[in-house]
Every structure is written in structure tokens, then in C-alpha cells.
Write a protein that binds this ligand. Structure first.
Ligand SMILES: *Cc1c(COP(=O)(O)O)cnc(C)c1O
Length: 395
């Protein structure tokens, strides 16, 4: 065995995940309180959670959903997306950002990313607009807000709805203003790897009362009991179904957990920013590595730390590099395989090559562990492993 190979043995005994929740006694007690109460679903915690998130994000209304994907589906419904409508989004995202368009019978159209920020490039949006375009779904990739001011202005000129997929960017700001206060509707996810968790959960925040009403109905079978909305009123038991909705409700157990988690959000985001700054500092002098570029208007909440490299500097493929991290017990990940390359999207007729920047990104990127609960030793392990692996494979 060579000396170099010896250096690449596991750096720790257990796998460090790329993301993980942080739950404390207050969170656990909040859930227990609901378990002992009269309502474990459709109770008072839902509204408390909705108000807390909406207020934090600078929006008037919040509507909680069973998960972020259901929330995006609701937003497409509220925006009136239907058969034949086109919605422009980024290929560098989780499946849900474009699947929500398909659920409504619409057609996702992919605009390429900015190679610096990895967010949808506003200049790539313009040529994709047709008479059938109805909405834009930007994604704040890795927690760094997309150029939402430019996107809003394009949307205004072409009468499009902006639905911001902010699954990565709760707590982030653009031009000093919180994400949630920019788009027509903004989606947050509360999956355990995201900034705050409810197990599964999602929310749309909006200032628009009409969207708000539609979202409330959509998450509960398209039903309403609001006297002002009823066509007739047979009595106190009576409800009407006005559209085809779903059962997309969040439980009170989850909402209570969310309320408790929100108390820690600012600390979580601060810690994520701290860890990202440590990584930036540790990696800045390593030849051939590309650190996450930050747009001057964006203040990321750092859901992901993505490391890229210039392939000509290294002898190993991405697969080899990835496997080496895993062997050393550093739980790296890849975000994301461009959505339109998925077999299902290929079967719909999307062709490879439509977003070359996103495809190139996919081949030369890796996501490092980043979550507030990481200890100093965990951060050290990541830094040491990055240096060992990239030094080992450098030309
Ligand atoms: C997590 C995520 C979603 C979906 O959220 P779920 O709550 O898991 O349904 C949507 N878009 C992006 C970019 C995400 O990361």
C-alpha cells in the first residue's frame, strides 16, 4: 500500500450525513402538548404556525400543507395553471419544482442556470417566453436567492405569476428583504434536511387574498364552510365543494413542532453561515476548486454547500471522487441531476443538451455536509477530507 492510499482511510467511524434535523426538549414537549390536547389535526396550532412563518417571511398569509410538493401543487392551482399552459423553471432542482406543473396538466419549460450562482439565469428566461407562458418558478438553489428583482420585472412585463420555490432559502434575504416578501407565492419545505422541520410539511406564503382563499380550499378537497363563500346555506352542517381539491392538510402535531422550531430559525441560519464561512476559508487556496459564488444582492441561508472543481486539474472522475468521500465516511451528495434528463421527462420528449450549463454543473459538483448540529470535529473532518482527496487526485 502506498503512503497516499494510507492517507485515504476512513476519517471517522460513522458516516457524517449531508444534512440532519436539530430537535430539542422544547420541540418534543410542544408535540406532547398537542398529543394531550383535543385536536391532533385541524386544531389551533396550524394557524399559529402559518402566522409565525408568514410574519417571519414578510408576507400577509400562510397556508400550511402536508409537504412542500403539495404546497407547490396548490400554488400552481391558485395561479390557474392548466392544460396547454407553460411554466418556466430551472433544471437544477428537486423534481417537485416542475412536477407541480405536470400535476395541473401544464408544460414545464427549462431555462438554463447562471454558471456562477447556479440559479436560473434571467437572460435565459426571456427567450423561453411564449404566448402560452403563465408563470415562472425560480428556485433559490442552495439557499442563495435567485435574482428575484429581475425575474419579477420580466413577469410584470409579460403578465406572469411568480411562484418562488424557497425550499432551500427560508431565512435568506435579497436586497435586504426576506425571501417570502418578493414573489406572488413563495413555497417553504419543512423536510428534516431543510432549515426547520415538521417531519413532512410545507407552506405557501402570499400577500394575495384571492390566492390565499384558493389555497385553503385546495388543501381540503376544494371545500368551503365560509358563509360568505357558500352558494346556498342549508344549515350549520353544510359545506360546499367548489373545485377539485385534495387532502393536503398538515396535522397539529407537525404545526406545533414547526412553531417551536421557528424559535430557533435565526440561530440555525447563523450557524449555517458560520460553517459555510469556515469552508470558504479552508478551501480558498486549494488549486482547481471552485467555491460557491455569492451574488452581491443575495444573503444565502446556506441549505447546501456545493464544491465544484475544474476537471483538468484532477485525474479522477466525479464518481471516483464521490465514492472516496463516502469511503472516508463523509456523507456527500449530488444536487441535482438536471430534471429534464430523468427518464420520465425524456419519455415526455425533453432532449438532452437543452441546458448545457446545468449539465456541466452536474458533472463537476459535490455537496458537502452542512447542518447546524455539526460539531467542530465534524467540520474538521470535512475540511481534512476535502484536502486529502483533492490533493491526492490533483495532476
Ligand atoms: C425539498 C424540496 C422540495 C419539496 O419539498 P417536500 O417538502 O420534500 O415535498 C421542493 N423543491 C426543492 C428545491 C426542494 O429542495
Amino acid at each position: 500500500m502506498t503512503v497516499e492510499n494510507d492517507e485515504l482511510k476512513p476519517i471517522r467511524s460513522t458516516l457524517l450525513p449531508y444534512g440532519q434535523q436539530w430537535l430539542d426538549e422544547a420541540d418534543i414537549n410542544a408535540v406532547i402538548d398537542v398529543l394531550k390536547s383535543d385536536f391532533i389535526t385541524q386544531g389551533p396550532s396550524i394557524q399559529r404556525f402559518e402566522s409565525k412563518v408568514a410574519e417571519y417571511a414578510g408576507a400577509k398569509f400562510g397556508v400550511a400543507f402536508a409537504n412542500g410538493t403539495a404546497a407547490l401543487h396548490g400554488a400552481c392551482f391558485a395561479a390557474g395553471i392548466g392544460q396547454g399552459d407553460e411554466v418556466i423553471t430551472t433544471p437544477l432542482t428537486f423534481l417537485a419544482s416542475s412536477n407541480c406543473v405536470l400535476y395541473q396538466g401544464g408544460t414545464p419549460v427549462f431555462a438554463d442556470i447562471d454558471p456562477l450562482t447556479y440559479n436560473i439565469d434571467p437572460a435565459q428566461i426571456l427567450p423561453k417566453i411564449t404566448s402560452r407562458t403563465k408563470a415562472i418558478i425560480p428556485v433559490d438553489f442552495s439557499g442563495q436567492p435567485a435574482e428575484i428583482d429581475k425575474i419579477r420585472s420580466i413577469a410584470k412585463d409579460h403578465h406572469l405569476v411568480v411562484i418562488e420555490d424557497a425550499a432551500h432559502s427560508l431565512g435568506a434575504e435579497y436586497n435586504g428583504r426576506k425571501i417570502g416578501a418578493w414573489a406572488d407565492m413563495t413555497m417553504f419545505s419543512f423536510h428534516p434536511v431543510k432549515h426547520v422541520t415538521t417531519g413532512e410539511g410545507g407552506m405557501i406564503v402570499t400577500d394575495n387574498e384571492e390566492y390565499y382563499r384558493k389555497l385553503l380550499q385546495f388543501r381540503s378537497h376544494g371545500m368551503t364552510r365560509e358563509p360568505s363563500e357558500l352558494i346556498k346555506n342549508d344549515g350549520p352542517w353544510y359545506y360546499e365543494m367548489h373545485s377539485l381539491g385534495y387532502n393536503y392538510r398538515m396535522t397539529d402535531l407537525q404545526a406545533a413542532l414547526g412553531v417551536s422550531q421557528m424559535d430557533k430559525l435565526d440561530d440555525f441560519v447563523a450557524r449555517r453561515r458560520e460553517i459555510a464561512a469556515i469552508y470558504n476559508d479552508e478551501f480558498k487556496d486549494l488549486p482547481g476548486l471552485v467555491l460557491p459564488h455569492q451574488h452581491p444582492n443575495a444573503n444565502s441561508s446556506w441549505h447546501l454547500y456545493v464544491l465544484r472543481w475544474l476537471p483538468e486539474y484532477f485525474t479522477a472522475s466525479r464518481k471516483v471522487i464521490f465514492e472516496k468521500f463516502r469511503e472516508m465516511n463523509i456523507g456527500v451528495n449530488i444536487h441535482y441531476y438536471p430534471v429534464y434528463l430523468q427518464p420520465y421527462y425524456q419519455s415526455l420528449g425533453y432532449e438532452a443538451g437543452i441546458c448545457p450549463e446545468a449539465e456541466h454543473y452536474y458533472e463537476t459538483s459535490i455537496t458537502l455536509p452542512l447542518f447546524p448540529k455539526m460539531r467542530e470535529k465534524d467540520i474538521d473532518d470535512v475540511c481534512t477530507t476535502v484536502k486529502l482527496i483533492f490533493d491526492y487526485y490533483r495532476n
